[in-house]
Design a protein around this ligand. Structure first.
Ligand code: UT7
Length: 382
């Protein structure tokens, strides 16, 4: 019998600090009017000093697990889609796994730019469908403010920070992720990139002096690519699911630019009210943009059981992806206080467990060192 990957939990986290277009117009040569009319962004949330991609991913994940009523110990797989991981390695997904106390989960990061969440959803759904795993967490999380050149008006007005997460569960009832399409065209890799910090240009005085640790984008080219790819990927995923545009209840596009979203909706003939837009409040949060929008739409009651939701994204790589999802669950009532407390109690225990494991590792290393020293002393001298 075929297994389906159902979305059973959703959660988001955005930092508290809000930066408006007015604030930016005091930093670079821009205006609220230009930003609003050219992009649709009014404000964005930016991470505070102590916040990172992992901390935001963790909070979104906790909320998604609460909605799903699932304990972290039940997770088999954690995927974090991001282009702004805490470190090149270990994977941010492993930091999340440890902080959640997801002791039975495999964990890895996925880099597919702003298409990352759709890529992650596709990978997790396929693994659930094969029966390899039963429960997966897919997170899209970004701290783009840390790779933004705040003196470059062409890019700094566009981006924001945040995280969104979904919990997927395998089930036999039809629904959930019905079809996905993923694509890539690496010939456009230089259109949107973070040049330094990898093996080609490791961090050095030179890379910092030349600003190569900042995101670079050829906006117009990416714009043209997006306007072409969003409708094409949407059509393709519907065809794969044997559905039509008339079946779509809500389109959740990557939130990069209002003009891109409007052009895609026009090309598809989807009415404005069937397209979810929140980029006015969050800006472009890359891999986090689709799960944040998905979560908000569910919380607002814009998605109901039986609805067909299409998520479609494009981004660095260049990459694109779309997923057709039959929603199966209503937004559950908030957990009663005591159950919420029980859920949250799990996390200090996870932190304690992590600390204990580090301690055991240190004690073991010390013991091996002592035994090794003694062993060396016991060796006969030649
Ligand atoms: O998530 C995936 C990655 N990103 C995207 O999807 C972004 C896709 N691209 C875009 O959204 C748009 O190309 C932008 C919003 C980035 C730029 O909009 P545009 O309509 O393509 O503007 P442009 O780059 O053609 O620039 C038009 C003018 C230029 O001035 P001149 O040469 O005409 O005198 C720019 O210097 O606007 C100027 N400009 C600005 N003016 C005020 C560029 N940025 C700003 C700014 N404020 N922030």
């Amino acid at each position: 019998m075929r297994s389906y990957a159902h979305i059973v939990g959703w959660g988001k986290y955005v930092p508290r600090r809000v930066v408006t277009n007015e604030d930016l117009s005091r930093m670079v040569d821009t205006s609220d009017e230009w930003i609003r009319t050219r992009t649709g962004v009014r404000e964005r949330h930016l991470a505070d000093e102590g916040e990172t991609t992992a901390t935001m991913a963790l909070e979104a994940a906790r909320r998604a697990l609460e909605v799903a009523r699932i304990s972290p110990a039940q997770l088999d797989l954690i995927i974090v889609a991001t282009v702004t991981p805490d470190h090149l390695f270990p994977a941010t997904a492993c930091l999340v796994q440890d902080a959640l106390g997801a002791t039975h989960a495999a964990a890895f990061d996925l880099s597919a730019g702003c298409s990352g969440f759709v890529y992650g959803l596709a990978v997790a759904a396929h693994l659930l469908e094969t029966g390899a795993y039963r429960t997966a967490l897919v997170v899209g999380a970004e701290t783009l403010s840390r790779i933004t050149d705040w003196s470059d008006r062409a890019t700094c007005v566009l981006f924001g920070d945040g995280a969104g997460a979904v919990v997927l569960r395998a089930g036999e009832n039809e629904g959930g992720v019905l079809a996905t399409v993923l694509g890539a065209d690496g010939s456009g890799g230089d259109l949107l990139m973070l040049p330094a910090g990898g093996s080609r240009w490791p961090a050095s005085h030179r890379t910092v002096a030349e600003g190569m640790h900042y995101l670079r984008m050829q906006g117009r080219e990416v714009f043209r690519f997006a306007v072409r790819k969003m409708p094409a990927a949407t059509r393709e995923v519907l065809e794969k699911a044997h559905l039509s545009l008339d079946d779509v209840s809500l389109l959740i596009p990557h939130q990069a630019n209002r003009r891109i979203i409007d052009a895609a909706a026009r090309a598809l003939g989807i009415p404005e009210e069937a397209v979810y837009v929140d980029l006015d409040r969050y800006g472009n949060t890359s891999a986090a943009s689709i799960p944040i929008a998905l979560c908000e739409a569910a919380e607002e009651g814009r998605i109901q059981p039986g609805d067909l939701v299409v998520c479609v994204g494009f981004g660095a790589g260049l990459t694109w992806g779309a997923a057709a999802v039959r929603w199966t669950l209503p937004q559950p009532p908030p957990l009663p206080g005591w159950r919420r407390l029980l859920h949250r109690l799990y996390y200090p225990l996870a932190a304690l467990r992590s600390w204990a494991r580090r301690l055991v590792r240190r004690v073991a290393a010390l013991w091996l060192w002592i035994v090794g020293e003694r062993g060396d002393r016991d060796q006969p001298r030649s």
